[in-house]
Design a protein. Structure first.
Length: 324
């Protein structure tokens, strides 16, 4: 009898341990085990419109070392759908929240969120299931006011006769707009949806010291108001972001570490900013103007940065060769 009781107690302890392990294993969201840059998410599965929060900390964080913390969000087909920078707290902790869904979130599956800090990097994944857009959170109902005691009735004065108002013409009924349109000045117009610009001009921001610099604002306005208003401009920006953000965080770190390199970069990109201002002449949503002016700006920059230096070098070489 004693042996049976002992066996029963051992079996009960083993069952409680297994159940506790299963419960504790599901109580935490996805996390990254990198000890130098650990990160975790509060959601493993996100539907369209859900807010995903990624938190983490930087081991041995030093705000004066000139390194920046950047993040990149990649879709299941390895396209970039979001990018930017995060400012850590003094103790190295940080968090970033973003909304799952939008024009760039076209596929269902695992979206990878990468964080880079110098040579350290970590990543976590969130399974995006799409669906109808939802808004998290319900507004709390307003408390009902307590009824006040009714005052004692007072005798009402006799109402004075009022003249009858003149009849007013009935307003014409407003037209009913269909799905995807809205009423503007009595006319149904198509609702324009723009991609959420989450990416930043890292090199220009580091060169001019702030995102509020006029040069950085010019780049952002051309991207959001001109390129993202057309199909060809959006396709160009998706391909350009894939190439640009493969080296931009590193160049931005070099600028913050070396003032001389920062001034050199600022000098080199100034002519390019002048040519990009031509894109502001294109009408919003005009495919022909955006495509034509875009090709002209690309050709102009190739001439300034490649053809002109090559021609000058060739002329100098011919001059030196003729004097020998």
């Amino acid at each position: 009898m004693k042996m049976r009781l002992t066996g029963f107690l051992a079996f009960a302890l083993l069952s409680i341990s297994i159940i506790s392990y299963g419960i504790s294993g599901t109580a935490f969201a996805t996390s990254d085990p990198n000890p130098a840059l650990p990160i975790s998410t509060d959601l493993e599965i996100a539907s369209n419109g859900a807010t995903v929060k990624v938190s983490g900390s930087i081991k041995d964080y030093n705000s004066s070392d000139g390194k920046g913390l950047t993040f990149i969000i990649k879709s299941p087909d390895n396209n970039i759908v979001g990018i930017g920078q995060v400012n850590p707290s003094s103790d190295g902790s940080f968090s970033k929240s973003f909304v799952a869904g939008g024009p760039l979130w076209k596929l269902n599956g695992d979206y990878v969120v990468e964080f880079h800090y110098g040579a350290d990097s970590s990543e976590v994944s969130v399974n995006y299931v799409g669906g109808e857009q939802v808004i998290s959170g319900q507004p709390e109902p307003e408390p009902k006011p307590e009824p006040k005691p009714e005052p004692e009735p007072t005798p009402e004065p006799e109402p004075e006769p009022t003249p009858e108002p003149e009849p007013t013409p009935e307003p014409e009924p407003e037209p009913t707009c269909g799905a995807g349109t809205e009423l503007v000045n009595g006319i149904c117009q198509v609702i324009k949806s723009e991609p959420e610009p989450d990416s930043g001009c890292l090199i220009a921001t580091a060169a001019y010291g702030t995102e509020l610099a006029p040069q950085v604002q010019l780049l952002r306005e051309i991207r959001d108001n001109t390129l993202f208003s057309t199909t060809s401009g959006t396709s160009f920006m998706l391909g350009f972001n894939t190439l640009y953000y493969s080296f931009a965080p590193t160049v931005a770190d070099w600028e913050r570490e070396s003032p001389m390199f920062k001034e050199t970069v600022k000098t080199l990109i100034t002519p390019m900013l002048s040519t990009l201002s031509i894109m502001s002449l294109a009408d919003e949503g005009s495919e022909a103007e955006v495509l034509g002016l875009g090709i002209s700006v690309i050709a102009l920059n190739l001439g300034m940065y490649i053809a002109a230096p090559a021609l000058i070098g060739f002329k100098v070489h011919q001059h030196i060769k003729s004097r020998k």
